[in-house]
Design a protein around this ligand. Structure first.
Ligand SMILES: *Cc1c(COP(=O)(O)O)cnc(C)c1O
Length: 368
C-alpha cells in the first residue's frame, strides 16, 4: 500500500462493536430468534410500541430530508431539561456529538484526559485529531487522580463518563461538580450521561442534569436515545451546553445528520416516558438476579448504575474462552479483554433472556 494515510491513524485501534445477531446466525447456523444478544446495552424491551407504530405509519416519508432545524425534537428536549433550544445540538447518536466536540477543540498539539477504563470512542476521536490521550490509573473517576493528571498534562478535554461504560460504576454528582470547579474554564469537560436514566432510578445522588451543568460554560452534557429509550438502531443523541459552545459545534455538523424516521422516532419516544420507566423498573428487578448469580459462584462484579453488569474473573476463569463458548451457543456478551480486563460485560436482558444466559454460563464454565 503506497497511500500515505494521515499519520494520526497509525495509533488508532478500530472500535470493536458488540457482535450482531446476524454474525451468530451466519457463523453458527443458529436461528435468529434463538440468539440472545446481551452485548450492546440495548433496551431488552425493544422499541416502545407507540414509537414502532409511528415509524411504520410514517415510513413513506423516507424520501424526504428531515427538518434540518430538528426544532420539534429540540423543543421537547428543552422542555424536559428546562433549557433553551439553542443550548442543544442533535447528533447521529451522542457519538457524533463527541466527534463534533473533538474536531472543534483538538489539534495535534493537544491532549485529552479520561478514566483508566471508559468508553473507547473518546480515545478514537481524540486520536483522529492527532491529540495525545492520557488516562488515570483507576477506571473510577477519582478526584485526586484526575487533578494530578490534569495539572501535569493540561488536557483540552476531560471526559467524565457517569455512569461509566464498560464498568457500570457511577460518580456522585457532588464529585463531578468538585472536579468541574477545580478545572480551568478553558478546558472542555464532557459529561457523558448515556446511562443516566438507570443511575437516577437507583440513587438520586448520581443525578446530573444538563441544567446543573449549564452554570459552567465549558461543560457539555451528552444524552442518547440508544439505551433506555430503546432506539439504538435509529442513531439519535444530543449535546447540551452553553449556546456559544453549541454554535461552534454546529460548524462541524453535516446537514441532515439524522434521518427523517430517526427524528420522528425520537420525538415519539419522548412522548412515551412510561415505556422508559417500565424499562428501568424491569432492569432494576433483573439485575438483582445477576448479582445473586455472581455471589453464588464467587464471581466479583462491579456495582452497576447502568443497564449492564460487569463480572470480573479471577485466574480460574477466562473471559475470552467463556465469551466464545457462549457465542457458539447463541448468547452474545461483551468480552472485556480489549480493555485489559479478564471480565465480561453483560447487558441485563428480559427475564427469559437472563435465565438462558445463566443456564449456558453454568454449562460452559462447569469444567473450569
Ligand atoms: C452507548 C453510549 C454512547 C452513545 O451511543 P450512541 O448510540 O452513539 O448515542 C455514548 N457514551 C457511552 C458511554 C455509551 O455507552
Amino acid at each position: 500500500m503506497n497511500i500515505k494515510f494521515n499519520h494520526a491513524l497509525n495509533d488508532i485501534k478500530i472500535y470493536e462493536a458488540g457482535k450482531p445477531i446476524e454474525l451468530v446466525v451466519r457463523e453458527f447456523g443458529i436461528d435468529a430468534k434463538d440468539v440472545v444478544k446481551l452485548a450492546s446495552n440495548e433496551n431488552p424491551k425493544g422499541v416502545s410500541p407507540k414509537v414502532a407504530q409511528a415509524i411504520a405509519t410514517n415510513a413513506y416519508k423516507a424520501y424526504l430530508y428531515p427538518d434540518d432545524s430538528m426544532f420539534e425534537l429540540k423543543a421537547a428536549l428543552a422542555k424536559k431539561y428546562a433549557v433553551n433550544t439553542d443550548n442543544i445540538i442533535i447528533g447521529a447518536g451522542s457519538d457524533q456529538v463527541l466527534e463534533f466536540v473533538s474536531r472543534a477543540v483538538l489539534d495535534d498539539k493537544s491532549s485529552v484526559l479520561m478514566s483508566g477504563i471508559t468508553f473507547a470512542m473518546y480515545e478514537i476521536y481524540a486520536k483522529q485529531m492527532g491529540a495525545k490521550v492520557y488516562k488515570t490509573a483507576n477506571y473510577r473517576h477519582l478526584y485526586d487522580e484526575f487533578m494530578e493528571a490534569y495539572t501535569m498534562y493540561h488536557p483540552k478535554i476531560v471526559y467524565i463518563c457517569t455512569p461509566n461504560n464498560p464498568t457500570g460504576d457511577a460518580t456522585l454528582k457532588s464529585e463531578v461538580i468538585r472536579l468541574i470547579e477545580a478545572i480551568k474554564k478553558d478546558t472542555v469537560i464532557v459529561v457523558d450521561g448515556a446511562y443516566m436514566e438507570y443511575a437516577v432510578a437507583k440513587d438520586e445522588q448520581y443525578r446530573i442534569t444538563p441544567l446543573d451543568l449549564l452554570a459552567y460554560d465549558n461543560v457539555i452534557y451528552l444524552g442518547t436515545f440508544s439505551k433506555a429509550y430503546g432506539l439504538g438502531g435509529m442513531r439519535v443523541g444530543y449535546g447540551i451546553a452553553n449556546q456559544e459552545f453549541i454554535h461552534e459545534l454546529y460548524k462541524m455538523r453535516p446537514p441532515f445528520n439524522i434521518t427523517t424516521l430517526s427524528l420522528l422516532a425520537a420525538i415519539e419516544a419522548m412522548k412515551d416516558e412510561v415505556f422508559v420507566e417500565e424499562s428501568v423498573a424491569l432492569h432494576l428487578q433483573e439485575i438483582k438476579r445477576y448479582e445473586a448469580f455472581a455471589k453464588e459462584r464467587n464471581i466479583e462484579y462491579i456495582e452497576s448504575y447502568t443497564n449492564f453488569i460487569t463480572y470480573l474473573f479471577n485466574e480460574k476463569r477466562n473471559a475470552t474462552e467463556i465469551s466464545n463458548a457462549l457465542l457458539g451457543r447463541g448468547v452474545i456478551i461483551r468480552n472485556l479483554a480489549s480493555y485489559g480486563l479478564n471480565g465480561v460485560r453483560i447487558t441485563v436482558g428480559t427475564a427469559e433472556q437472563n435465565s438462558i444466559f445463566f443456564r449456558h454460563f453454568d454449562d460452559v464454565t462447569s469444567n473450569n
